[in-house]
Design a binder for this molecule. Structure first.
Ligand SMILES: Nc1ncnc2c1ncn2[C@@H]1O[C@H](COP(=O)(O)OP(=O)(O)OP(=O)(O)O)[C@@H](O)[C@H]1O
Ligand SMILES: CC(=O)N[C@H]1[C@@H]2OC[C@@H](O2)[C@@H](O)[C@@H]1O[C@H](C)C(=O)O
Length: 383
């Protein structure tokens, strides 16, 4: 898995045990996990592709192969760490790198041309590892008129649903996304959506205002600043926060151009850099709490908000979240609080999704993505 933050490659080896007689009853054990940060020049080359005027087909094509090589190496390395041989691995699930995501309806000659592009060639991963590789998951959901995201809720339902506890699984990566798992839910009652920016705005602003840092490690910059009310109010006006469900978003809305606008405002109004970081941190926490109030609380009183993704390592963000969720009586915990691993969660999810692809079983949740029907997502490349 390589997410929207483009911080590195997350690779996990898992063992799946099928509960007898239950197609969707599985137990997952994490055998090994490894995060390989992208070298700076690779990260910069990927970021170039987020600018549609620079993402020419030659560059996209070459990066598709380059990332395939890097993902294959990451897979072989984590397999080695697990103590297994590649020949013992049934399949690799590779999400790839999203370079473009346009889930909204886009009609042309009567066809909906909404699209999403994940690169990192699966054929190359299969060839280099000798293991079948499932990649390019999202397009099958889009073919069924879905948004192609979020996909992790399928696995969260399998792994975290509980008879008595209503949980919100909040991932805070580049983008924030939440899965609502009502107590004793059937699959049809699960829903999920992107809450808005996760770390994306913070990362972009830290990169601009505190180079060579690329993230607010430990939330220390935000902790040293004060929230700027005028900026927070401006950010809260984005129409994304009130769009109807299902909805998903990405760098196209909250990426570099968005951060540039804030830097311009900051210069014009003499705001302090650490206050701008404190405000963007609060915005992420606010968007998660606002999503709860707007789309979840009217139907479900949640017991806990379980934070995963890199945002769970930012104590200032967690502080803001705990403050905002206290009035609702929702406990804020991280995956680590449950004995899990915030970093590994999405990599594990794509391994689980690949397990279903290999069995030719549907692995999207139509009401989550807005798809008209279940789909078997993922394309299989054989070695
Ligand atoms: N120690 C830390 N302190 C503060 N923030 C951190 C820390 N570690 C990671 N992060 C934040 O988490 C981000 C990475 O999160 P993660 O790996 O979950 O994102 P992703 O998987 O790329 O994104 P997405 O889930 O949106 O696809 C970093 O860019 C950074 O902002
Ligand atoms: C198009 C795309 O890559 N979307 C990501 C992104 O990062 C978080 C959020 O936005 C989520 O919608 C999705 O990723 C996770 C893995 C998902 O599909 O569940």
């Amino acid at each position: 898995m390589s997410g929207t933050s483009v911080d590195g490659i997350d690779a996990a080896v898992i063992q799946i045990a099928q509960r007898p007689g239950q197609e969707h009853g599985i137990e997952v054990e994490l055998l090994a996990f490894e995060n390989t940060p992208y070298p700076v020049h690779v990260r910069n080359s990927i970021f170039q592709l987020f600018d549609v005027t620079k993402a020419t087909v030659d560059k996209v094509g070459a990066m598709n192969m380059w990332l395939g090589e890097l993902y294959a190496r990451a897979a072989l390395s984590v397999i080695d760490q697990s103590g297994l041989e590649p020949s013992q691995i049934a399949a690799i699930g590779s999400h790839g790198q999203t370079i473009y995501h346009a889930p909204e309806k886009n009609m042309m000659d009567g066809y909906n041309l909404h699209c999403t592009i994940q690169i990192g060639e699966g054929a190359l991963i299969a060839n280099r590892t000798g293991i079948p590789c499932v990649s390019d998951f999202r397009v099958a959901d889009m073919a069924a008129s879905g948004q192609g995201a979020p996909l992790v809720p399928f696995t969260e339902y399998l792994l975290f649903a509980h008879p008595e506890t209503t949980s919100l699984l909040q991932n805070i990566g580049g983008i924030g996304n939440v899965t609502v798992l009502p107590a004793n839910a059937s699959p049809e009652e699960v829903y999920a959506f992107d809450t808005g920016p996760g770390n994306m705005i913070m990362d972009a602003l830290v990169s601009r205002l505190f180079p060579p840092m690329t993230m607010d490690a430990g939330g220390s910059i935000a902790a040293s600043g004060q929230v700027i009310d005028a900026l927070l109010e401006w950010m809260q006006q984005d129409e994304y926060y009130t769009l109807p469900l299902p909805k998903s978003t990405g760098r196209e809305r909250f990426g570099q151009q968005y951060a540039d606008q804030i830097v311009e405002m900051m210069k014009a109004r003499n705001w302090k850099a650490e206050d701008v970081i404190a405000t963007s941190t609060r915005l992420t926490a606010w968007s998660i709490a606002d999503s709860y109030e707007r789309y979840i609380a009217p139907q479900h009183q949640a017991h806990q908000l379980l934070i995963g993704g890199g945002g769970s390592y930012n104590p200032t963000l967690l502080r803001d979240l705990r403050q905002l969720f206290a009035p609702y009586g929702v406990q804020v915990l991280t995956q680590e609080d449950l004995g899990g691993n915030s970093d590994a969660k999405e990599a594990v999810a794509f391994a689980v999704l690949a397990y279903y692809t290999m069995k030719r079983l549907p692995n999207n949740i139509p009401q989550v993505t807005g798809a008209s029907q279940p789909a078997v997502m993922g394309k299989i490349s054989w070695p």
